[in-house]
Ligand binder design. Sequence first.
Ligand SMILES: Cc1ncc(COP(=O)(O)O)c(C=O)c1O
Length: 338
Amino acid sequence: MGPYPILDALLEKRISLACLPTPVEKLPHLSDELGVALFVKRDDLTESVASGNKIRKLEYLLYDAKEKGCDMLITCGGVQSNHCRATAAVAVRMGMGCHLILRGDAPKVSGGNLLIDRILGATVSFYTREDFKRLHEIELETVAAFEKKGRRPYLIPMGGSNATGSLGYIRMMEELKTEEISFDTIYCALGSGGTYAGILLGLAWAGLRAEARGIAVCDDAAYFKNEVARIFDEFKQQYNLTFPDGRFEVNADDRFVGEGYALNTPDELQELIRIARLEGLILDPVYTLKTFLGMMQQIREGAIPPGSTVLFVHTGGHYGIFPKGEEFRPLIEAEAKG
Ligand SMILES: Cc1ncc(COP(=O)(O)O)c(C=O)c1O
């Protein structure tokens, strides 16, 4: 990366698990519609079972886990967590065990990400939303229970969002530096904040001029400002890495959470269908759809000057479509009748 030897050394501390670099593709129809040059960074193509943004973070987390001599991974998320599914997949590849702490009820039939978790042999335990308020205790109890059985667990936080995981998105800047296009704006989802933190820090370290804009899919802008600051604080504590000029600005828009995390309106899903048919690009309902809708709205509002080069990071999540078959059904049936 150049003038930052600490970062160069840190970026080497990874296990190669993802199919990188991912391609950057232009969306011609939506570019015309929106009056900008719109491109997608296809991080939905990082792998198959472990696809999406989490595998970039896991490359660094797994290196750390192996270095610490751990033999299993423990992490947490919603029942349909993409992060949990990707963690279960890389655990198998690395010959490690995996236990998932899941928020929500155990469904009668596993579908989507949970089905993949089960197929991959991860063990799971379910907790209510109320229980999740004491997540930290649950994590520590789970670690202790496995240690008692003689295992050496490595605990990965929600979404893999800590300083170590965020290195994965700093490294993505090496890929962007080799692109012929220089981007004015980069959009990504804000779920637990690690992807955005990595992009923001990565842009500064790489000397790229793009502005990073995050669209919240849960919580509010203030929450994400805190989370990103917390991750930067960890960079300082753990690696003695500070933001280049000491100042950073988190651009977080929380107007597109809609009905709530992982909930969709028929209008949102109709847009997913429209974009799929226009560009052959399928977004996931929980993260990338809401982020894409937020990006289009910001462009229409004039936040992005006409003719700008805009990069949307498709962070994956396709397995999250399958548990929503019933929500798509009326939209598709109405069309068949009409
Ligand atoms: C598909 C997908 N996109 C985006 C995100 C958001 O990334 P982050 O948690 O790093 O904010 C997540 C996870 O939360 C995800 O699963």
